[in-house]
Design a protein around this ligand. Structure first.
Ligand SMILES: [Zn+2]
Length: 176
């Protein structure tokens, strides 16, 4: 029997072919964006667009329609315009926001550490050199799994941070 792969290979099929939802978020939802990425969901943020575009709402609606993303917003007017492509997020509290998406059956309580929380890139297993070169890596590496964002050159690991986040998101360990 072949061993299970221990980390995301980065060669999985595109999200369109999976049953998982993908999201685009407005500028009010920066923290929720990072949480969704930690949870493994492909999430594009309006914060990645150039500021000052008067037609930004229209752009977000087009992205949602063209890329089959669900638009998450705190803006009532934008939610009205987007109809069924949009979910109006009802709270400023990120845990309530996550719970709202869970209640809608869109996301699962999980912390997969599979995407960069800053840029949404799919993480890959980090090399020994990348781990050794990151000054912020924990000294005690036993039992930790390390991941790397090629876009940000940033190291992630599933240690205390991932565990804390996983417990906050899930109230229990539900890592997949
Ligand atoms: Zn990144």
């Amino acid at each position: 029997m072949l061993p299970e792969p221990s980390a995301e290979s980065g060669h999985k099929p595109k999200p369109e072919s999976e049953a998982e939802p993908t999201f685009v978020t407005d500028r009010m939802l920066g923290t929720l964006t990072r949480y969704l990425r930690f949870m493994g969901y492909d999430t594009v943020s309006a914060n990645g667009l150039l500021p000052g575009n008067a037609k930004e709402d229209t752009l977000l609606l087009e992205m949602a329609a063209q890329e089959h993303r669900i638009l998450l917003t705190r803006d009532h007017e934008l939610a009205r315009r987007g109809k069924d492509h949009v979910i109006l997020i009802s709270s400023d509290d990120v845990m309530v926001q996550v719970q709202q998406l869970i209640d809608r059956g869109l996301v699962r309580r999980q912390c997969r550490m599979s995407r960069c929380s800053l840029c949404n890139t799919v993480l890959r297993a980090a090399t020994g050199a990348e781990i050794a070169g990151a000054e912020y890596a924990p000294e005690e590496k036993t039992g930790l799994t390390f991941f790397w964002c090629d876009e940000c050159s940033k190291l992630y690991w599933n240690g205390s941070h991932g565990r804390m986040l996983s417990e906050r998101i899930g109230g229990r360990r539900d890592l997949s």
